[in-house]
Design a protein around this ligand. Structure first.
Ligand SMILES: NC(=O)c1ccc[n+]([C@@H]2O[C@H](COP(=O)([O-])OP(=O)(O)OC[C@H]3O[C@@H](n4cnc5c(N)ncnc54)[C@H](O)[C@@H]3O)[C@@H](O)[C@H]2O)c1
Length: 414
């Protein structure tokens, strides 16, 4: 199976980035959106990406012009008959995606593979609305798609191994780092990221540590930015949506801290509204070491929270491990459920979240036994959020101290 011609549905932030990545590999790409204005905006994005590569001397102007010309555009499905791969990056709404896949089924050749860039919707459900579910899968690129290396490759229930292998190989040709992830809510990276963000919110609610202090500790631990900086950047409304979704899917382990929705209700959505956990100057990207100004609305909400709740705080000083452990524990749950191979976790988390070191290698450094003990002690203090995955206890009992020893153990059932 060889992919020579592709199409991308949706010329927004993700679709334009994906089209640029495909065209840069020399593939002809049709970029489709619902009207010419959206297409023009997408093309302008792609042009900017190529201009920046010329500026950085990665490409010559002639090379950039040639590759940019590989992107054709359309508001219809004309020309879809001979594409080998379609990557859908339209709105995150199941009905919209189902309609698109039904149309694709009608307009594409029988061999065409369909991928969706959905962040959370069911790949199997989307696939079930086509006559070729064995040729449908998730290709979850990260934002910005043109620079982020990780792609989670997610088969649906019926996706054939041949299609998965071909898409994994294509990602490598595109100079991406693909990781096979079985379908589950949040896939791997978001599933692991959100318990960390949520725990940081709980620490904040206890009133002992400021967002800036927590952010600093997370960076010392090897994260590219702290949880509150990331929440503000991503948008608090988007994060609230994901947190609620994961809680509905996984239950008490994902019980959301209330401060997030309180800020959203006050209209504080992060950088895009000028205030989230911090105050942001519109259009200005804050420098790493610049002192941050706390949002006064947050200060009031935290005071109110302290009055209404007996803040549950143990005697320990803040240790970044408290927010890292839920992340690590969730990755173990994913391995336990055969969602991901243990040896792929560090790759996925490093390339998807920008951690300077692997989550599992970090846990090995601390000692798996120590991580388990800490999880158990936090579970006593804070409950279900810290319930250790039984697989971790099993590893500790088996005196397995590093995940490389698992390479001989088949952890996936596929
Ligand atoms: N933005 C992110 O950080 C991110 C990261 C990973 C995955 N995703 C997923 O990628 C997808 C796209 O996200 P985005 O941020 O690029 O959204 P966006 O709003 O920037 O772009 C979506 C584009 O799809 C177009 N569109 C809508 N319906 C269409 C249709 N029927 N046919 C063709 N085009 C149509 C819209 O006009 C718009 O231009 C979503 O499923 C999202 O969940 C987003």
């Amino acid at each position: 199976m060889k992919f020579q011609k592709a199409a991308v549905i949706g010329a927004g932030a993700m679709g334009s980035g994906i089209a640029q990545v495909l065209s840069q590999s020399g593939m002809e790409v049709i970029l489709k959106d619902v009207n010419q204005d959206f297409i023009d905006r997408g093309l302008a994005n792609i042009k900017r990406m190529y201009d920046s590569r010329v500026k950085k001397e990665v490409l010559t102007q002639a090379e950039a012009d040639y590759l940019f010309a590989m992107v054709k555009t359309s508001t219809t499905y004309d020309g879809f008959k001979d594409v080998d791969l379609v990557i859908e990056a339209a709105l995150e709404e199941i009905d919209v995606k189902i309609r698109i896949f039904q149309e694709l089924d009608k307009h594409c050749a029988p061999h065409t593979v369909f991928a969706t860039n959905t962040s959370a919707l069911s790949i199997s459900e989307i696939a079930s609305h086509t006559k070729r579910p064995e040729q449908v899968l998730g290709m979850h690129f990260f934002n910005p798609a043109q620079t982020m290396k990780l792609v989670e490759v997610i088969p649906g229930v019926k996706t054939s191994q041949q299609v998965q292998d071909a898409v994994m190989a294509l990602c490598k040709e595109l100079r991406k780092i693909p990781v096979a992830v079985q379908e589950c809510p949040g896939f791997l990276v978001n599933r692991v990221l959100f318990p960390y963000l949520n725990e940081a919110l709980y620490v904040l609610e206890e009133g002992k540590f400021s967002p800036e202090e927590i952010d600093k500790q997370a960076v010392v631990f090897g994260l590219p930015m702290g949880p509150f900086t990331l929440l503000d950047m991503t948008g608090l409304d988007v994060c609230e949506h994901v947190t609620t979704f994961l809680y509905e899917e996984y239950g008490p382990r994902f019980q959301p801290a209330s401060i997030l929705s309180k800020l959203v209700k006050k209209g504080c959505l992060g950088q895009k509204t000028g205030a989230g956990f911090y105050i942001h100057e519109k259009g200005k990207v804050p420098k790493k070491d610049e002192p941050k100004q706390l949002n006064p609305v947050l200060v009031d909400l935290l005071k109110e929270h302290a009055q209404n709740n007996n803040a549950k705080s143990n005697d320990k000083a803040f240790d970044a491990l408290r927010i890292i452990l839920p992340m690590f524990n969730e990755a173990i749950y994913a391995v336990q459920e055969h969602v991901v191979e243990a040896q792929d976790v560090d790759t996925a988390i490093q390339w998807g979240l920008g951690l300077t070191r692997g989550l599992f290698s970090l846990a090995e450094e601390k000692g798996l036994n120590h991580c388990l003990n800490e999880l158990e002690s936090y579970q006593k203090a804070y409950g279900e959020r810290f319930r250790p995955a039984w697989y971790l206890a099993k590893l500790v009992r088996a005196t397995i101290h590093d995940f490389s020893q698992l390479k001989a153990v088949p952890v996936t059932v596929r």
